[in-house]
Design a protein around this ligand. Structure first.
Ligand code: FES
Length: 104
C-alpha cells in the first residue's frame, strides 16, 4: 500500500449548528476518488476508506487525511479530484493549495 486516503463522510442534519462533510458533498468526492483509482489501475497500491468525522468539519467540501504521510486536506470538492489523483495519488506530491493550513 502506497497511500491510504480517509475521506470524511459524516453527515449532520441540514441547517444544524455545525457543517458536515457529507452535507458538503464528500460522498461524491469519495466515489470520484475510487472511480479514478479504478480507471488508473491503482487498487493494489491505494486504499480509500470512508471515515467518520475527522474533527475538522469544514464549511465547504470534504476533510481528507492521507497516510502514511499524515497530510490533511480540507474543503475538497469533486472538481479537485483530478488534481489530487494526479499529484498525490499517482506522484506522491502534496497538493499545497488544498492542505489544511492548521495541520501542517
Ligand atoms: S464532519 Fe467531516 S471532519 Fe467533521
Amino acid at each position: 500500500m502506497k497511500h491510504h486516503f480517509f475521506v470524511c463522510t459524516n453527515r449532520r442534519p441540514a441547517h444544524g449548528p455545525k457543517p458536515s462533510c457529507a452535507g458538503n458533498g464528500s460522498e461524491e468526492v469519495l466515489f470520484a476518488l475510487r472511480d479514478e483509482r479504478e480507471r488508473r489501475g491503482l487498487s493494489v497500491d491505494i486504499y480509500i476508506t470512508a471515515a467518520g468525522c475527522l474533527g475538522r468539519c469544514p464549511t465547504a467540501g470534504a476533510s481528507i487525511v492521507v497516510y502514511p504521510e499524515g497530510v490533511w486536506y480540507t474543503g475538497v470538492t469533486v472538481a479537485d479530484v483530478p488534481e489530487l489523483v494526479e499529484q498525490h495519488m499517482v506522484n506522491g506530491r502534496v497538493v499545497e493549495r488544498l492542505r489544511d493550513s492548521q495541520l501542517r
